[in-house]
Design a protein around this ligand. Structure first.
Ligand SMILES: NC(=O)c1ccc[n+]([C@@H]2O[C@H](COP(=O)([O-])OP(=O)(O)OC[C@H]3O[C@@H](n4cnc5c(N)ncnc54)[C@H](OP(=O)(O)O)[C@@H]3O)[C@@H](O)[C@H]2O)c1
Length: 245
């Protein structure tokens, strides 16, 4: 994938991994649009990086997706990054089901709809890409976050199908499956675990994007992937022991 002179739209570009992507794309002569719900967070990024274009929108709202696709029809790289993560116990009972529904809508339904609405524009470009941010929990689930893991596994499967469907077009479809990254999303859930910095993640991902490596497993995710092929039971036991402590 060519990493210069693109028009890049990043959902969830106001924080964490999305923000690190935005900074990297801005540093390499790209036009960057970041999308998020919080106007304050977007404005803070704009203060630091005046060239970034900010758009306040909730991607779980279909009308917002229509607006984004209509307004930014010159986008040639779509990064489906926005996501939320909840832990819950089906043994102890689910107190807040709407929260889990929102997790499914944010992590799965919205990126599917974003792809559907943007593909008609992307298909007209000589070079285009969809980059979906999944997780190493798409490879082997985190039992304390069953809905999160299921949405990421669904995204991983969807990404593969989409890649195959678009094989005879100019649209390249990537799956980035990060391990645990130091962002607001993981601040509360894993305070004592060693985490990769978002900027470090992006440096690894960048090389793979440039080399058109379509399934990207940075850091510990590579070990997850290998173990899932050679000894999936061992991997499941390990993940369970660590995450259900
Ligand atoms: N951090 C990790 O360890 C890790 C590991 C693997 C995969 N991932 C994945 O990487 C992605 C980014 O995670 P992160 O750790 O960078 O999280 P983060 O720092 O919490 O950032 C999430 C971003 O998504 C935006 N967002 C959330 N819901 C949205 C909605 N409905 N509409 C529009 N924007 C929305 C947030 O902005 P607003 O709140 O203002 O809307 C924020 O900009 C997620 O898909 C996550 O699952 C993270």
């Amino acid at each position: 994938m060519n990493t210069k002179n693109n028009v890049v739209l990043i959902t969830g570009g106001s924080s964490g991994i999305g923000l690190a992507f935005a900074k990297k794309f801005l540093s390499e002569e790209n036009k960057v649009i970041i999308v998020g719900r919080s106007v304050q967070k977007l404005a803070a990024v704009k203060m630091e990086f005046p060239k970034v274009i900010i758009e306040a929108a909730d991607i779980t709202d279909e009308k917002s997706i229509d607006m984004l696709a209509e307004k930014y029809n010159d986008v040639n790289i779509l990064i489906n990054n926005a996501g939320v993560h909840n832990e819950c116990s089906f043994k102890n009972g689910i107190e807040d089901f709407p929260k889990l529904r929102n997790e499914i809508e944010t992590n799965f339904i919205a990126p599917v709809m974003m792809a559907e609405r943007f593909i008609p524009h992307l298909i007209g470009h000589e070079r285009a890409a969809i980059i979906n941010i999944t997780s190493y929990f798409a490879i082997s689930p985190k039992p304390s976050a069953p809905i999160y893991s299921a949405t990421k596994a669904a995204m991983r499967s969807f990404t593969k199908s989409l890649r195959m469907q678009l094989m005879d077009t100019h649209i390249k479809v990537f799956d980035v499956a990060p391990p645990i990254i130091d962002t607001p999303l993981t601040a509360k859930i894993s305070p004592n675990v060693k985490k990769m910095k978002p900027e470090e993640l992006i440096e690894i991902v960048w090389k793979d994007l440039k080399n058109d490596k379509y399934d990207i497993y940075p850091g510990l995710s590579k070990l997850f992937y290998i173990l899932s092929r050679v000894n999936p039971q061992y991997l499941e036991r390990k993940v369970m022991a660590i995450t259900l402590k």
